[in-house]
Write a protein that binds this ligand. Structure first.
Ligand code: PLP
Length: 374
């Protein structure tokens, strides 16, 4: 049987042909396709301004700058995320303040956020891990009462919703990723949903050298910008993916349901919350019953690979990375994030999977785990 990776992008022939058209058009950097993608994304999030860039990392960093986050400021986030979430806080010279994960949702524990707020706190970066949205009502209630900006790291939750409202269609600054593994891709890329045209204009400057161009052909630079503008080659891929996003997510939800049906509950794994309304099922991640296992997670992953099933790890708690340990973070600081980070495995889940693939994965998990239970 073919090797089943934990994820794989769905790129159709129309998309490939459209990339060819862009390449033949004579205009391959930022141009009409990028503007078209921005308009389509804006329509998707209910008309709010959206600007595209080369990555969600760039979008998050510029969002922090737009929110006025400066050296000396503190930004609250959760250690259970991709490294980008905290790296961007350091990039703008601010201090990451971690808050532990909720053991059930695996997202930032909103019960613990207020205790982490100080006079220096400027913003919160919530992360919708695996596409399960953080409680937006409670999040914005806390932010509002403390006068904090919110930069939603919605890299994984494109197409998810909170109480029926699309993520990105409300709230403060919202960042999505179009990395190859995300629910929609442009190869690499990302975007930021902004509050108004002034923020959008500042974002445009930040993404391309701070330049403003005038109608008479002159230009000015009044802010330090970088280089993060999206190519039209990437944008046209994004345009085609966006059209299929809701269908992709519907298929992901079906596959996730199948996992819940076929996963052997007697193995002692902790399954993610069974949310088929709000989550976009970016990933399906059981937590291994490590304390009851005679093999390590690494051995479990190797054995599944030998069975033809790819497994990912998203993510180890990042405060235990060398960079953050050097800042004083240590084992035991965020016990839930650490526990989840040690036990989590990402099983295959992507729209092109067949129903039978889910059953095959569940059977492979049982074959590997059952004999390894103490
Ligand atoms: C993918 C991801 C990012 C970064 O996205 P890029 O487009 O790769 O920069 C940030 N945060 C989370 C939670 C992600 O999953």
């Amino acid at each position: 049987m073919d090797f089943l990776p934990f994820t794989r992008p769905s790129i159709d022939e129309d998309t490939i042909a459209a990339v060819g058209d862009v390449l033949r058009s004579g205009w391959i950097t930022t141009g009409p396709k990028s503007r078209e993608l921005e308009a389509a994304l804006s329509a998707y999030v209910g008309g709010r301004p959206v600007r595209v860039v080369t990555s969600a990392t760039a979008a998050l960093e510029m969002a922090l700058r737009i929110a006025g986050v400066q050296p000396g400021d503190e930004v609250i986030t959760c250690p259970l995320s991709w490294a980008a979430t905290a790296n961007v806080i350091l990039t703008v010279g601010a201090t990451p303040v971690f808050v532990d994960a909720d053991p059930v949702t695996r997202n930032i524990d909103l019960n613990k956020v207020e205790a982490a707020i100080t006079a220096k706190t400027r913003a919160i970066i919530p992360v919708d891990l695996a596409g399960l949205p953080v409680d937006r009502d409670r999040l914005y209630d806390i932010a509002g009462r403390h006068g904090l900006r919110v930069i939603e790291d919605a890299a994984q939750s494109m197409g998810a919703n909170w109480n029926g409202r699309a993520i990105g269609s409300f709230g403060d600054l919202v960042s999505f990723s179009f990395h190859a593994n995300k629910n929609m891709t442009s190869g690499e890329g990302g975007c930021l949903v902004l509050n108004n045209d002034d923020e959008a204009r500042l974002f445009e400057k930040l993404r391309l050298q701070g330049v403003t161009r005038f109608a008479d052909g002159t230009m000015d630079v009044d802010v330090l910008g970088g280089k993060a503008n999206m190519t039209d080659i990437a944008a046209v891929i994004g345009l085609h993916q966006l059209k299929k996003l809701d269908g992709f997510n519907e298929r992901r939800r079906e596959l996730a349901r199948l996992y819940f049906e076929h996963f052997d509950k007697s193995l002692g794994c902790e399954l993610p919350p069974a949310d088929f309304e709000q989550s976009n099922w970016h990933m399906f991640q059981p937590l291994l019953p490590l304390a009851k296992m005679s093999i390590s997670r690494a051995e479990f992953i190797d054995s599944l690979k030998a069975e033809g099933v790819g497994v990912g790890v998203h993510y180890p708690a990042m405060h235990l990375f060398t960079l953050f340990r050097a800042m004083g973070f240590a084992e035991g600081d965020f016990p839930h994030a650490e526990d989840i980070g040690r036990r989590t495995v990402t099983l295959p889940l992507f729209p092109a999977m067949q129903d039978a693939d889910v059953i095959r994965v569940c059977q492979a998990v049982s074959r590997v785990l059952r004999p390894a239970l103490k």
